[in-house]
Design a protein around this ligand. Sequence first.
Ligand code: UD1
Length: 426
Amino acid sequence: MDFATSGERDTFVMQHSRALDGDVSIGGAKNSVLKLMAACLLAEGQHVLANVPDISDVALMCELLEAMGVTVTRADHRLVIDVPAELNTEAPYHLVERMRASIVVLGPLLGRFGTARVALPGGDDFGPRPIDMHLQALESLGATFSTAHGDISATAEVLRGAEVVLEYPSVGATENVLMAAVRAKGRTRIVNPAREPEIGDLIEFLNQMGARVGWSGDRLTVDGVERLAPAPSGDGYRVIPDRIEAATFLAAVGMCGGSVFLRHAVAGHMAMLIRKLTEMGMHIVVEEAGLRATVTQRLASADISTLPFPGLATDYKPFLVSMLTTASGVGIVTENIFTGRFRYIDELRRMGADIRTEGHHAVVRGVERLSGAPVRAHDIRAGAALVVAGLAATGETEVAGAVHIDRGYEDLAGKLAGLGASITRR
Ligand code: UD1
Protein backbone atom coordinates (compact mmCIF):
# COMPACT_ATOMS: atom_id res chain seq x y z
CA MET A 1 0.00 0.00 0.00
CA ASP A 2 1.36 3.38 -0.91
CA PHE A 3 0.62 6.47 1.07
CA ALA A 4 -1.06 9.23 -0.87
CA THR A 5 1.60 11.11 -2.79
CA SER A 6 1.42 14.84 -3.02
CA GLY A 7 1.66 16.79 -6.23
CA GLU A 8 0.40 14.02 -8.48
CA ARG A 9 -3.00 14.23 -10.10
CA ASP A 10 -3.74 17.42 -8.25
CA THR A 11 -7.36 17.92 -9.33
CA PHE A 12 -10.67 16.27 -8.48
CA VAL A 13 -13.13 16.43 -11.37
CA MET A 14 -16.85 16.00 -10.70
CA GLN A 15 -19.92 15.90 -12.93
CA HIS A 16 -23.45 16.37 -11.65
CA SER A 17 -24.23 13.11 -9.86
CA ARG A 18 -27.45 11.21 -9.45
CA ALA A 19 -28.67 10.04 -6.04
CA LEU A 20 -25.96 8.10 -4.16
CA ASP A 21 -26.49 4.53 -3.16
CA GLY A 22 -24.41 1.87 -1.39
CA ASP A 23 -22.07 1.22 1.48
CA VAL A 24 -18.93 3.19 2.38
CA SER A 25 -16.36 2.21 4.98
CA ILE A 26 -15.20 4.99 7.31
CA GLY A 27 -11.46 4.82 8.13
CA GLY A 28 -9.48 5.63 11.26
CA ALA A 29 -9.55 9.20 12.57
CA LYS A 30 -6.76 11.48 11.36
CA ASN A 31 -7.03 13.69 14.42
CA SER A 32 -6.64 10.69 16.68
CA VAL A 33 -3.93 8.64 14.99
CA LEU A 34 -1.49 11.57 14.82
CA LYS A 35 -1.69 11.97 18.60
CA LEU A 36 -1.45 8.24 19.28
CA MET A 37 1.72 8.19 17.17
CA ALA A 38 3.13 11.01 19.31
CA ALA A 39 2.13 9.14 22.48
CA CYS A 40 4.32 6.20 21.40
CA LEU A 41 7.34 8.42 22.11
CA LEU A 42 6.53 7.98 25.80
CA ALA A 43 7.70 4.36 25.92
CA GLU A 44 10.62 2.40 24.56
CA GLY A 45 9.64 -0.71 22.62
CA GLN A 46 7.37 -1.81 19.81
CA HIS A 47 3.95 -0.16 19.46
CA VAL A 48 1.32 -1.36 16.98
CA LEU A 49 -1.55 0.78 15.72
CA ALA A 50 -4.39 -0.63 13.62
CA ASN A 51 -7.11 1.01 11.51
CA VAL A 52 -4.60 3.66 10.44
CA PRO A 53 -5.82 5.73 7.49
CA ASP A 54 -3.62 5.86 4.38
CA ILE A 55 -3.34 9.67 4.32
CA SER A 56 -0.42 12.00 3.81
CA ASP A 57 -0.56 13.52 7.32
CA VAL A 58 0.18 10.04 8.71
CA ALA A 59 3.12 9.76 6.29
CA LEU A 60 4.37 13.14 7.57
CA MET A 61 4.06 12.10 11.21
CA CYS A 62 6.04 8.95 10.30
CA GLU A 63 8.75 11.21 8.87
CA LEU A 64 8.79 13.28 12.04
CA LEU A 65 9.12 10.20 14.26
CA GLU A 66 11.85 8.84 11.98
CA ALA A 67 13.74 12.14 12.23
CA MET A 68 13.82 11.52 15.98
CA GLY A 69 15.30 8.05 15.59
CA VAL A 70 12.12 5.96 15.63
CA THR A 71 11.65 3.13 13.11
CA VAL A 72 8.19 2.99 11.53
CA THR A 73 6.84 0.28 9.25
CA ARG A 74 3.44 0.65 7.64
CA ALA A 75 1.34 -1.85 5.78
CA ASP A 76 -2.33 -2.76 5.52
CA HIS A 77 -3.57 0.10 7.68
CA ARG A 78 -1.20 -0.85 10.47
CA LEU A 79 1.80 0.97 11.86
CA VAL A 80 4.58 -0.74 13.74
CA ILE A 81 6.46 1.92 15.67
CA ASP A 82 9.78 0.93 17.25
CA VAL A 83 10.88 3.48 19.81
CA PRO A 84 14.50 3.23 21.00
CA ALA A 85 15.81 4.05 24.48
CA GLU A 86 17.39 7.29 23.31
CA LEU A 87 15.77 9.77 20.94
CA ASN A 88 16.72 12.94 19.17
CA THR A 89 14.27 15.28 20.92
CA GLU A 90 14.04 17.86 18.12
CA ALA A 91 11.16 18.48 15.72
CA PRO A 92 12.56 20.42 12.75
CA TYR A 93 10.82 23.32 11.02
CA HIS A 94 10.58 21.69 7.58
CA LEU A 95 8.27 19.05 9.10
CA VAL A 96 6.37 21.16 11.67
CA GLU A 97 5.65 23.74 8.98
CA ARG A 98 3.92 21.10 6.86
CA MET A 99 1.77 19.84 9.73
CA ARG A 100 0.85 21.91 12.74
CA ALA A 101 -0.24 18.85 14.69
CA SER A 102 3.51 18.09 15.07
CA ILE A 103 3.39 20.32 18.15
CA VAL A 104 1.91 17.38 20.09
CA VAL A 105 5.35 15.79 20.36
CA LEU A 106 6.21 18.47 22.91
CA GLY A 107 4.28 16.89 25.82
CA PRO A 108 5.55 13.31 25.41
CA LEU A 109 9.18 14.43 24.89
CA LEU A 110 9.03 16.57 28.02
CA GLY A 111 7.28 13.78 29.91
CA ARG A 112 9.91 11.19 29.07
CA PHE A 113 13.16 13.13 28.61
CA GLY A 114 12.53 16.46 30.34
CA THR A 115 13.71 18.26 27.22
CA ALA A 116 12.41 19.08 23.73
CA ARG A 117 13.10 21.50 20.93
CA VAL A 118 10.22 22.02 18.53
CA ALA A 119 9.96 24.50 15.67
CA LEU A 120 7.21 27.04 16.28
CA PRO A 121 4.30 26.41 13.95
CA GLY A 122 3.22 29.38 11.83
CA GLY A 123 -0.35 30.41 10.99
CA ASP A 124 -2.41 28.63 8.37
CA ASP A 125 -5.56 29.02 6.32
CA PHE A 126 -7.68 29.11 9.46
CA GLY A 127 -5.80 32.24 10.60
CA PRO A 128 -3.36 32.46 13.53
CA ARG A 129 -2.88 29.24 15.53
CA PRO A 130 -1.32 30.20 18.85
CA ILE A 131 0.12 27.64 21.31
CA ASP A 132 0.08 29.86 24.40
CA MET A 133 -2.29 27.52 26.24
CA HIS A 134 -0.08 24.50 25.53
CA LEU A 135 2.87 26.33 27.05
CA GLN A 136 0.98 27.70 30.08
CA ALA A 137 -0.37 24.25 30.85
CA LEU A 138 3.08 22.65 30.65
CA GLU A 139 4.52 25.49 32.76
CA SER A 140 2.03 24.57 35.49
CA LEU A 141 3.81 21.19 35.64
CA GLY A 142 7.21 22.87 35.98
CA ALA A 143 8.44 23.15 32.39
CA THR A 144 10.29 26.26 31.26
CA PHE A 145 10.47 27.57 27.72
CA SER A 146 12.69 29.79 25.66
CA THR A 147 12.48 30.69 22.01
CA ALA A 148 15.27 31.41 19.57
CA HIS A 149 15.70 31.11 15.80
CA GLY A 150 12.07 30.06 15.35
CA ASP A 151 12.34 27.10 17.72
CA ILE A 152 10.92 26.63 21.15
CA SER A 153 13.15 24.88 23.66
CA ALA A 154 11.57 23.25 26.67
CA THR A 155 13.16 21.84 29.77
CA ALA A 156 11.88 20.38 32.99
CA GLU A 157 14.20 18.98 35.59
CA VAL A 158 11.22 17.36 37.24
CA LEU A 159 7.60 17.53 36.16
CA ARG A 160 5.27 17.75 39.13
CA GLY A 161 1.55 17.09 39.11
CA ALA A 162 -0.46 20.28 39.57
CA GLU A 163 -3.83 21.87 38.93
CA VAL A 164 -3.84 22.90 35.27
CA VAL A 165 -6.57 25.33 34.31
CA LEU A 166 -7.29 25.68 30.61
CA GLU A 167 -8.92 28.98 29.81
CA TYR A 168 -10.52 27.29 26.80
CA PRO A 169 -10.91 23.55 26.14
CA SER A 170 -8.17 23.43 23.50
CA VAL A 171 -7.76 20.00 21.92
CA GLY A 172 -4.01 20.35 21.32
CA ALA A 173 -3.27 21.86 24.75
CA THR A 174 -5.23 19.09 26.49
CA GLU A 175 -3.29 16.45 24.52
CA ASN A 176 0.10 17.99 25.22
CA VAL A 177 -0.47 18.41 28.94
CA LEU A 178 -1.95 14.90 29.25
CA MET A 179 1.09 13.35 27.60
CA ALA A 180 3.44 15.20 29.93
CA ALA A 181 1.35 14.66 33.09
CA VAL A 182 1.29 10.86 32.70
CA ARG A 183 5.01 10.89 33.63
CA ALA A 184 4.90 13.72 36.20
CA LYS A 185 5.38 13.11 39.91
CA GLY A 186 2.05 13.05 41.68
CA ARG A 187 -1.46 13.99 40.62
CA THR A 188 -2.47 16.45 37.92
CA ARG A 189 -5.99 17.81 37.63
CA ILE A 190 -6.92 19.34 34.29
CA VAL A 191 -9.75 21.82 34.65
CA ASN A 192 -11.78 22.56 31.50
CA PRO A 193 -10.15 19.94 29.25
CA ALA A 194 -11.28 19.27 25.69
CA ARG A 195 -13.72 16.35 25.47
CA GLU A 196 -13.54 15.44 21.80
CA PRO A 197 -13.80 11.70 21.04
CA GLU A 198 -10.15 11.82 19.92
CA ILE A 199 -9.19 12.87 23.47
CA GLY A 200 -11.06 9.80 24.74
CA ASP A 201 -9.07 7.65 22.31
CA LEU A 202 -5.78 9.12 23.53
CA ILE A 203 -6.75 8.50 27.17
CA GLU A 204 -7.64 4.89 26.40
CA PHE A 205 -4.33 4.37 24.58
CA LEU A 206 -2.30 5.99 27.38
CA ASN A 207 -4.07 3.85 29.98
CA GLN A 208 -3.27 0.73 27.95
CA MET A 209 0.37 1.87 28.11
CA GLY A 210 0.13 1.89 31.90
CA ALA A 211 -0.92 5.50 32.52
CA ARG A 212 -3.56 6.37 35.11
CA VAL A 213 -5.90 8.90 33.56
CA GLY A 214 -9.57 9.20 34.50
CA TRP A 215 -12.49 11.59 34.57
CA SER A 216 -13.60 13.01 37.86
CA GLY A 217 -16.75 14.91 37.01
CA ASP A 218 -15.79 17.29 34.24
CA ARG A 219 -12.09 17.29 35.15
CA LEU A 220 -9.34 14.98 34.08
CA THR A 221 -7.24 13.39 36.78
CA VAL A 222 -3.81 12.03 35.93
CA ASP A 223 -1.72 10.09 38.45
CA GLY A 224 1.85 10.13 37.17
CA VAL A 225 3.68 6.81 36.80
CA GLU A 226 7.40 5.95 36.73
CA ARG A 227 7.29 3.98 33.52
CA LEU A 228 5.09 3.37 30.52
CA ALA A 229 5.27 0.44 28.12
CA PRO A 230 3.76 -0.22 24.68
CA ALA A 231 0.05 -1.12 24.84
CA PRO A 232 -0.41 -4.92 24.67
CA SER A 233 -0.45 -5.32 20.94
CA GLY A 234 -2.45 -8.34 19.69
CA ASP A 235 -3.77 -7.02 16.41
CA GLY A 236 -2.73 -3.52 17.40
CA TYR A 237 -4.53 -0.65 19.14
CA ARG A 238 -7.49 0.26 16.91
CA VAL A 239 -7.83 3.95 16.10
CA ILE A 240 -11.43 5.23 16.42
CA PRO A 241 -13.37 5.92 13.20
CA ASP A 242 -13.08 9.37 11.63
CA ARG A 243 -16.23 11.35 12.44
CA ILE A 244 -15.20 14.11 10.02
CA GLU A 245 -14.80 11.67 7.14
CA ALA A 246 -18.25 10.34 8.08
CA ALA A 247 -19.62 13.91 7.98
CA THR A 248 -18.20 14.28 4.47
CA PHE A 249 -20.25 11.35 3.19
CA LEU A 250 -23.33 12.52 5.09
CA ALA A 251 -22.99 15.86 3.29
CA ALA A 252 -22.64 14.10 -0.06
CA VAL A 253 -25.91 12.22 0.48
CA GLY A 254 -27.50 15.39 1.80
CA MET A 255 -26.67 17.26 -1.41
CA CYS A 256 -27.17 14.48 -3.99
CA GLY A 257 -29.99 12.57 -2.28
CA GLY A 258 -30.08 8.77 -2.03
CA SER A 259 -29.40 6.25 0.68
CA VAL A 260 -25.94 5.34 1.98
CA PHE A 261 -24.69 3.13 4.79
CA LEU A 262 -21.65 4.52 6.61
CA ARG A 263 -19.93 1.44 7.96
CA HIS A 264 -18.08 1.94 11.30
CA ALA A 265 -19.41 5.50 11.84
CA VAL A 266 -20.09 5.98 15.57
CA ALA A 267 -23.30 7.87 16.32
CA GLY A 268 -22.15 8.77 19.85
CA HIS A 269 -19.20 10.71 18.40
CA MET A 270 -21.44 12.85 16.22
CA ALA A 271 -24.73 13.20 18.07
CA MET A 272 -25.05 16.96 17.55
CA LEU A 273 -24.35 16.64 13.84
CA ILE A 274 -26.97 13.93 13.46
CA ARG A 275 -29.44 16.15 15.27
CA LYS A 276 -28.69 19.09 12.99
CA LEU A 277 -28.91 17.02 9.81
CA THR A 278 -32.20 15.54 10.98
CA GLU A 279 -33.49 19.07 11.53
CA MET A 280 -32.53 19.77 7.90
CA GLY A 281 -34.59 16.82 6.66
CA MET A 282 -32.14 13.91 6.52
CA HIS A 283 -33.31 10.56 7.79
CA ILE A 284 -30.51 8.96 9.82
CA VAL A 285 -30.84 5.55 11.43
CA VAL A 286 -28.26 4.26 13.88
CA GLU A 287 -27.43 0.60 13.34
CA GLU A 288 -24.97 -1.63 15.15
CA ALA A 289 -22.36 -1.52 12.41
CA GLY A 290 -22.78 2.14 11.47
CA LEU A 291 -25.27 4.75 10.26
CA ARG A 292 -27.74 4.73 7.38
CA ALA A 293 -28.54 8.13 5.88
CA THR A 294 -31.41 8.63 3.47
CA VAL A 295 -32.46 11.79 1.69
CA THR A 296 -35.52 11.92 -0.56
CA GLN A 297 -36.20 15.65 -0.85
CA ARG A 298 -34.48 19.03 -0.92
CA LEU A 299 -33.04 19.84 2.49
CA ALA A 300 -34.30 22.74 4.61
CA SER A 301 -31.90 25.39 5.94
CA ALA A 302 -30.90 25.56 9.59
CA ASP A 303 -28.71 27.82 11.70
CA ILE A 304 -25.26 26.51 12.58
CA SER A 305 -22.96 27.52 15.41
CA THR A 306 -19.62 25.76 16.01
CA LEU A 307 -18.57 24.88 19.54
CA PRO A 308 -16.15 22.56 21.34
CA PHE A 309 -17.40 18.97 21.75
CA PRO A 310 -20.19 18.02 22.35
CA GLY A 311 -21.16 21.06 20.24
CA LEU A 312 -21.01 21.10 16.44
CA ALA A 313 -17.36 20.72 15.42
CA THR A 314 -15.74 23.49 13.41
CA ASP A 315 -14.46 20.72 11.11
CA TYR A 316 -18.07 19.90 10.10
CA LYS A 317 -18.80 23.48 9.16
CA PRO A 318 -17.57 23.52 5.54
CA PHE A 319 -19.84 20.54 4.81
CA LEU A 320 -22.81 22.18 6.46
CA VAL A 321 -22.19 25.37 4.49
CA SER A 322 -22.05 23.39 1.23
CA MET A 323 -25.35 21.75 2.15
CA LEU A 324 -26.96 25.10 2.99
CA THR A 325 -26.05 26.51 -0.44
CA THR A 326 -28.79 24.40 -2.05
CA ALA A 327 -31.18 23.96 0.90
CA SER A 328 -34.49 25.83 0.91
CA GLY A 329 -34.44 29.02 2.99
CA VAL A 330 -31.71 30.94 4.79
CA GLY A 331 -29.16 29.60 7.28
CA ILE A 332 -26.98 31.68 9.58
CA VAL A 333 -23.60 30.16 10.29
CA THR A 334 -21.47 31.30 13.23
CA GLU A 335 -17.85 30.23 13.58
CA ASN A 336 -16.70 30.34 17.18
CA ILE A 337 -13.46 28.34 17.04
CA PHE A 338 -11.31 29.51 14.12
CA THR A 339 -12.65 32.88 13.09
CA GLY A 340 -10.65 32.98 9.83
CA ARG A 341 -12.22 29.77 8.61
CA PHE A 342 -14.40 31.18 5.81
CA ARG A 343 -11.95 31.37 2.94
CA TYR A 344 -13.57 28.63 0.82
CA ILE A 345 -16.77 30.67 0.70
CA ASP A 346 -15.32 32.68 -2.20
CA GLU A 347 -14.90 29.39 -4.05
CA LEU A 348 -18.52 28.40 -3.37
CA ARG A 349 -19.62 31.80 -4.67
CA ARG A 350 -17.82 30.99 -7.92
CA MET A 351 -20.21 28.05 -8.12
CA GLY A 352 -23.26 30.30 -7.77
CA ALA A 353 -23.77 30.10 -3.99
CA ASP A 354 -25.45 33.08 -2.36
CA ILE A 355 -23.39 33.71 0.80
CA ARG A 356 -22.67 36.90 2.70
CA THR A 357 -20.07 36.99 5.44
CA GLU A 358 -19.75 39.48 8.26
CA GLY A 359 -17.00 38.86 10.82
CA HIS A 360 -17.40 35.32 12.04
CA HIS A 361 -20.93 34.96 10.64
CA ALA A 362 -22.11 33.83 7.24
CA VAL A 363 -25.63 34.11 5.84
CA VAL A 364 -26.34 31.40 3.30
CA ARG A 365 -29.42 31.74 1.06
CA GLY A 366 -30.19 28.45 -0.61
CA VAL A 367 -30.25 28.50 -4.42
CA GLU A 368 -31.99 25.89 -6.60
CA ARG A 369 -28.70 24.53 -7.87
CA LEU A 370 -24.99 25.26 -7.98
CA SER A 371 -23.18 25.63 -11.25
CA GLY A 372 -19.96 23.67 -11.85
CA ALA A 373 -16.76 25.77 -12.00
CA PRO A 374 -13.00 25.47 -11.49
CA VAL A 375 -12.24 26.15 -7.81
CA ARG A 376 -9.35 25.60 -5.42
CA ALA A 377 -8.96 23.74 -2.12
CA HIS A 378 -7.02 25.61 0.56
CA ASP A 379 -7.38 23.15 3.42
CA ILE A 380 -8.46 19.58 4.04
CA ARG A 381 -12.09 19.94 5.06
CA ALA A 382 -12.94 23.00 2.99
CA GLY A 383 -11.44 21.19 -0.02
CA ALA A 384 -13.56 18.11 0.59
CA ALA A 385 -16.63 20.33 1.03
CA LEU A 386 -15.99 21.78 -2.46
CA VAL A 387 -15.74 18.25 -3.87
CA VAL A 388 -19.11 17.41 -2.31
CA ALA A 389 -20.64 20.64 -3.68
CA GLY A 390 -19.27 19.74 -7.12
CA LEU A 391 -21.26 16.51 -7.11
CA ALA A 392 -24.49 18.46 -6.79
CA ALA A 393 -23.59 21.24 -9.26
CA THR A 394 -24.66 21.26 -12.89
CA GLY A 395 -21.93 20.51 -15.43
CA GLU A 396 -18.30 19.98 -14.44
CA THR A 397 -16.49 21.15 -11.31
CA GLU A 398 -12.74 20.98 -10.91
CA VAL A 399 -11.23 21.23 -7.43
CA ALA A 400 -7.50 21.99 -7.67
CA GLY A 401 -5.19 21.64 -4.69
CA ALA A 402 -6.08 17.98 -4.08
CA VAL A 403 -2.83 17.67 -2.11
CA HIS A 404 -4.62 19.42 0.79
CA ILE A 405 -7.47 16.92 0.65
CA ASP A 406 -5.04 13.97 0.58
CA ARG A 407 -3.74 15.10 3.98
CA GLY A 408 -6.91 13.77 5.56
CA TYR A 409 -8.72 11.49 3.10
CA GLU A 410 -7.88 8.05 1.84
CA ASP A 411 -9.21 7.61 -1.68
CA LEU A 412 -12.05 10.16 -1.44
CA ALA A 413 -12.73 9.91 -5.18
CA GLY A 414 -12.80 6.10 -5.14
CA LYS A 415 -15.12 5.96 -2.14
CA LEU A 416 -17.55 8.49 -3.65
CA ALA A 417 -17.42 6.74 -7.04
CA GLY A 418 -18.29 3.51 -5.22
CA LEU A 419 -21.58 5.18 -4.22
CA GLY A 420 -22.32 6.10 -7.82
CA ALA A 421 -20.89 9.63 -7.84
CA SER A 422 -19.34 10.90 -11.03
CA ILE A 423 -15.83 11.80 -9.89
CA THR A 424 -12.26 11.22 -11.05
CA ARG A 425 -8.75 12.44 -10.28
CA ARG A 426 -6.48 14.00 -12.86
C1 UD1 B 1 -7.77 20.32 16.64
C2 UD1 B 1 -8.00 19.62 15.32
C3 UD1 B 1 -8.75 20.52 14.35
C4 UD1 B 1 -10.03 20.99 15.00
C5 UD1 B 1 -9.74 21.64 16.35
C6 UD1 B 1 -11.00 22.06 17.11
C7 UD1 B 1 -6.11 18.15 15.09
C8 UD1 B 1 -4.87 17.82 14.33
N1 UD1 B 1 -6.73 19.27 14.74
O1 UD1 B 1 -6.94 21.46 16.38
O2 UD1 B 1 -9.04 19.76 13.17
O3 UD1 B 1 -10.64 21.93 14.14
O4 UD1 B 1 -9.02 20.73 17.18
O5 UD1 B 1 -11.83 20.96 17.29
O6 UD1 B 1 -6.53 17.42 15.95
N2 UD1 B 1 -6.01 28.31 20.84
C9 UD1 B 1 -5.31 29.34 21.46
N3 UD1 B 1 -4.17 29.04 22.12
C10 UD1 B 1 -3.69 27.76 22.21
C11 UD1 B 1 -4.41 26.72 21.59
C12 UD1 B 1 -5.58 27.02 20.91
O7 UD1 B 1 -5.71 30.50 21.40
O8 UD1 B 1 -2.64 27.55 22.86
C13 UD1 B 1 -7.26 28.63 20.13
C14 UD1 B 1 -7.15 28.35 18.63
O9 UD1 B 1 -6.57 29.44 17.94
C15 UD1 B 1 -8.58 28.12 18.26
C16 UD1 B 1 -9.15 27.40 19.48
O10 UD1 B 1 -8.27 27.73 20.56
O11 UD1 B 1 -9.25 29.34 18.13
C17 UD1 B 1 -9.26 25.89 19.31
O12 UD1 B 1 -8.01 25.31 19.10
P1 UD1 B 1 -7.68 23.82 19.54
O13 UD1 B 1 -8.85 23.18 20.19
O14 UD1 B 1 -6.39 23.84 20.26
O15 UD1 B 1 -7.48 23.11 18.11
P2 UD1 B 1 -6.27 22.27 17.59
O16 UD1 B 1 -5.81 21.29 18.62
O17 UD1 B 1 -5.25 23.18 16.98
